[in-house]
Design a protein around this ligand. Sequence first.
Ligand SMILES: Nc1ncnc2c1ncn2[C@@H]1O[C@H](COP(=O)(O)OP(=O)(O)OP(=O)(O)O)[C@@H](O)[C@H]1O
Length: 500
Amino acid sequence: MIEFEHVGKTFRDGTAAVVDLSLQVPSGKITTIVGPSGCGKTTTLRMVNRMIEPSTGRITWDDKPLRSQRKTTLRRQMGYVIQSGGLFPHRTVVDNIGTVPGLLGWSRSKTQKRSLELLDAVGLDRKQADRYPAQLSGGQQQRVGVARALAADPLVMLMDEPFSAVDPVVRGELQDFFLELQRQISKTIILITHDIEEAIKLGDQVAILRVGGHLAQVGTPQQLLDEPADPFVEGFVGRDRGYRSLAFQPASSLDLDGVPVVRDVAAASAEGPTLVVDGDARPVGWVLPGEPGRTTALGSTFDVESGTLRNALDAVLTSPVGLAVGVVPGTGRYAGVVSTETILAGVHQARARQVESVTVRPEAGADAADAGTGLAHDDEAAPGHDHRGWSAPPADASAGQDEHGTAELGDESGQDVDADAFGPDAGADGSRTGDDDGGPDSDVEGTAVRAPLAADPVQHEAALVADESAGPERPDGPERLDDAEQPDDARQPDDTDVRR
Ligand SMILES: Nc1ncnc2c1ncn2[C@@H]1O[C@H](COP(=O)(O)OP(=O)(O)OP(=O)(O)O)[C@@H](O)[C@H]1O
């Protein structure tokens, strides 16, 4: 688990980007961080791979403070994906994917093999291996970006708006592909987005930030929809949250009814609606009473095993006869129908189960439920989501500190750390490495980067080699922060190697 403990970041110009953030990121799950522009999402993400150092508080990974670990060690275990994939335009797809293995000194054949396997894993044709990024669609570039981040099999994936540069249809496909991939690889993922729909669709856990870098609420998608902590969250998750929360209730709980079914339209009953199926028993349309011999469009259907109440409700709303047609997964064969009343009964039952699960788990606590932060109602997790065993800190993110997040906090060494201690020219934040708050592009451009889109991954990956020649492993102790920054600084010119 990665844990933010009262983390704050105040940049040297006084901007408080993140304020007293306490958040637990469970291993093997997707945590999405969402919020309006400028609320501190990217800053939060970049503190995890130490491209930005917190001004206050600390971040731990499996109880070990990040600051006690070398950037090399950290970043080798973290893949990094940004908008548009962050690909090197002058490198082929296969060479882009092999960037990190190459930096880690893998042999050419091993790197090539791994890169091609990853091409398969992200659903790209091997014929695209020798293309350049500009010869790919936006969606394909994003897939390569994901493959590139996965190349060295990292434990953690940091993803900054990875799917935002493509149209909504491709975006939906990428999200589906990504969820499927995650089911297989179970990485610990932090994904930044400004799109609440995306956050809710992808996140096992969703953290909503408000402008000023405060955590507004963290919880499962369903908790956020059902119990928004305050008007800001309520407004952010949207007015149709009740409807959208149906996406977290399985349709498998619905009792299916039957209707007359025919293969031959001419055999349809004149009395009531008749469902027409094809030779494989897959529904194709309805014959309505009074319209013999004519098939009317089916509307949408729902999967009776993995579908949700939202799918079922949509199917009922699009049905010409007010009946949602359920189909068997895989074959698409007709399974049964449900009416609006049955779906609403399913909604009531789901709510009752939720209340029950809260009642029988007093340790989850009314406080956590009221604050809307505790992952207390895990038993009602969405299909495909398993939230058990998580806990989350209180939502009151602003307690005990000033507006700049400069409240003094003890660090792991027992020393006091505050934002002012990292003033303009002080070591940890004052260093102009391109890793930190000097502005992502300015530093990198200063070292002749030819690929502006790739700036962040360059910074992330540069440390993989920069620290490599810095001698034996020497964790950056908190008491030696200034020194700890030096190896990266000193070797910044070498970063140009990375981009050749
Ligand atoms: N290097 C920096 N120096 C000073 N202020 C900065 C720096 N980087 C970011 N900020 C400020 O910190 C705040 C948070 O920025 P951040 O990029 O983390 O927000 P964000 O939520 O990711 O925004 P967006 O969704 O627009 O990308 C903003 O007010 C931003 O202007």
